[in-house]
Write a protein that binds this ligand. Structure first.
Ligand code: PMP
Length: 396
């Protein structure tokens, strides 16, 4: 009999609810509040077409050849400059260009995780990170930075690394406060543990001044060599189809991740890299950001107003000050949001249930609602449908 392939075991671990809500996009007329997608009308397609034309005619060899594994030097320099502060001193040796932020997560798993190794992860956490690390079958130590008794040093000790999304976490949309960021950095330094700062939403602050990045807090004025591994991405601030992400880390870590990347995709698309560099050089990214912030802030307000009208009997939530999601927690601890998802699909809407974001798969009490993809009237209608589904679940 044919031997069962190794990957079959970890595919079996994928939660059924994950599969169900990934398939939900196919239902006609469904208002999908479950995903995490930007609004495609905001992609600056025409400006990118002009830049792509210039890239292909002026520097076709850079755009069409294999690129260096670690990325084009000029793009790495531009990113080093973008993140440099008085305390955080960076050169291109601190930068690796990746194929989306998700590749950074996958490479970190390849480099740092032993089979069954422990990860201290902010909980609930990003589903894609759980997917990226699933082949190593890690064990998870949940970190809840907003708990009163949270002790970062206890959380990190003995783990292969710690993982956080400090700006507008996916799924909760919340910020990790500055004092907790500083405590996490200090704990990473004192325990000698790597700390992954995953930051695809860092540009999406709508109402407040950005909090300091953990990698900034780890800078000491000397060439950066600290324990924070920072992951950035163009997906939420420009366009996910470019598949451009980056890692900023100690040169020793960048060298290891580069070796891992060689066996993954050889290099990130040269065309996308050249386009990204031209985007930075022409300031296109800075020009599109204000429109993104204005549209998403208005949608967040519309979503929260609709939730106020329809969902208060069932859920509590906080209005987020940025990002793409509202996290709503059921008032009744026995309310089951996996069941709610089934009822919501019958009512032709869809939200993400908390079970898919819990590394231990146990949380059934919350939902993640996205506000960036749909128009304000669609958001209101989606929430009205969700209230119908809540009623159905409640009557059981
Ligand atoms: N990290 C987090 C927390 C995310 O939410 C996402 C995208 N949903 C990513 C990483 C990866 O994004 P990308 O690969 O498109 O850069």
């Amino acid at each position: 009999m044919a031997k069962r392939p190794a990957f079959a075991d970890w595919l079996d671990d994928t939660n059924d609810v994950t599969r169900m809500f990934l398939a939900a996009g196919q239902i006609p007329g469904l208002i999908n509040l479950a995903g995490g997608l930007p609004d495609p009308q905001l992609y600056p397609a025409r400006a990118l077409a002009d830049l792509a034309h210039a890239a292909l005619t002026e520097t076709p060899q850079d755009a069409l050849n294999y690129a260096p594994i670690e990325g084009y030097g000029a793009l790495r320099d531009a990113l080093a400059t973008r993140y440099e502060t008085d305390k955080l001193k960076l050169t291109r040796e601190n930068v690796l260009i990746t194929s989306g932020g998700i590749q950074g997560l996958e490479l970190i798993g390849k480099v740092l995780l032993n089979e069954g190794g422990a990860i201290a992860t902010q909980t609930p956490t990003y589903l894609g990170a759980l997917d990226a690390w699933r082949p190593r079958r890690p064990t998870y130590r949940p970190m809840r930075p907003d708990a009163n008794d949270f002790d970062p040093a206890v959380a990190l000790r003995g783990c292969q690394f710690g993982y956080t999304v400090p700006n507008f976490s996916n799924p909760t949309g919340k910020l990790v406060p500055t004092n907790v960021r500083a405590a996490l950095v200090e704990a990473a330094q004192s325990t000698g543990t790597w700390l992954v700062e995953d930051d695809p939403y860092g540009a999406l602050y709508y109402d407040e001044t950005p909090l300091p990045r953990m990698i900034e807090l780890a800078g000491d004025g000397a060439p950066y060599d600290g324990p924070v591994i920072y992951l950035g991405s163009l997906s939420k601030e420009l366009a996910p189809g470019l598949r451009i992400g980056w890692v900023i880390a100690a040169p020793e870590m960048i060298a290891k991740l580069t070796l891992a990347k060689q066996g993954s995709d050889m290099s990130t698309s040269g065309l996308s890299q050249v386009l990204t560099l031209r985007t930075f050089e022409t300031g296109l990214d800075a020009r599109v950001l204000p429109d993104i912030l204005t549209l998403y802030a208005a949608r967040r307000d519309a979503l929260c107003a609709a939730m106020e009208t329809h969902l208060t009997p069932w859920f509590d939530w906080e209005k987020p000050v940025g990002g793409m999601f509202v996290w709503a927690v059921a008032r009744n601890p026995d309310f089951n949001t996996d069941d709610l998802l089934q009822a919501a699909l019958r009512a032709k809407t869809c939200v993400s249930p908390s079970s898919v974001f819990d590394p231990l798969g146990e949380d059934r009490r919350a939902i993640r609602i996205n506000f960036t993809l749909n128009s304000e009237p669609q958001l209101a209608e989606g929430i009205r449908r969700l209230a119908v589904a809540c009623q159905e679940v409640d009557l059981r």
